[in-house]
Ligand binder design. Sequence first.
Ligand SMILES: Cc1ncc(C[n+]2csc(CCOP(=O)(O)OP(=O)(O)O)c2C)c(N)n1
Length: 328
Amino acid sequence: MQPTSKQRLWMYETMVKSRYNEARLSATYMEGKSPLFNMANGPLPGEMHLSDGQEPCAVGLGAHLTKDDYFACHHRSHAQALAKGVDLKRMTAEILGRKAGLSEGRAGHIHIFDYEVLFWSSGIIGQNMGPAVGAALARKMRGEAGIAIACIGEGGANQGGFHEAMNLAAVWKLPFICVIEDNQWAVSVPKAKSTAIASNADRAAAYGMPGERVASNDPDDIFAAVGRAVARARAGEGPSLLELQTVRLQGHFMGDPEVYRPKAEIAAKPEMDPIPHYRRKLIAAGVMTEIEAESIVARAHAEVDEAFAFARSAAEPVPEDAFDKVFV
Ligand SMILES: Cc1ncc(C[n+]2csc(CCOP(=O)(O)OP(=O)(O)O)c2C)c(N)n1
């Protein structure tokens, strides 16, 4: 299954939007954090994990999903959130801890939750697998349309909860897809030191489901593979496992000096960037011209700028709000 021109343009625009969103987030994050880097300082305290390089996974998935599909993501999830249609203004306000945020500023950047489009993310590695399988079970038991996707890193694929969830999804033949974004690194641990096999797609056989690895970090290839898994899930044929080879262009989190990463790999980052590749590909295929590409970039940037203007002028919660919506 190949994407239409319209879908390809949407994938390009969403990748560009996500990349610029990360750039604005990282600039905002660095405010007040120099000369001495202290995570507690600035308008955006705490950790910040950026998804630069992994945008093709987000858009190749998002292009197939509807509002009825659950999407449970990980700690590096801004691109996926955008691709699922999470409200950018409210997401930015959430990340900046504002009352207008998706969770009224309580959750921050790792725990993006948008019930309107059934998207959530968690910072507990592999935690999203069980709830996503539960969501798929609910869809099946109620006879409802919609499937569930869990997206984890290749490091997360070694968590115990991953295996339990995969087994149940297969035994119950659920409308579920597990997507492993293999960026080769789990913080500073390379995949070869945590995983005895090169491709996690091989694990699918052990659960009795199809497994596929996409090694290109190209939105069109990912779109095609996801399309096969989504069609299977929607047809009631059960779950699938996909491993997408991608690249983490930034450190594990902001402030990570990446001393553990081979110098050659760091030097190759510009060449590994999927967005310029896709831009050239779409122009060569006649899907867009240089001028059209530039107007897409301008539109995407304007949307992000608008979201930041909204978030930065939005009110902060008051201390009393801390006791609201809390189970006691
Ligand atoms: C259960 C659990 N263990 C450890 C951590 C600390 N931690 C945060 S991110 C991370 C690495 C995750 O690697 P991977 O799943 O490959 O995702 P990536 O960061 O590469 O996107 C770890 C160990 C955590 N958040 N949750």
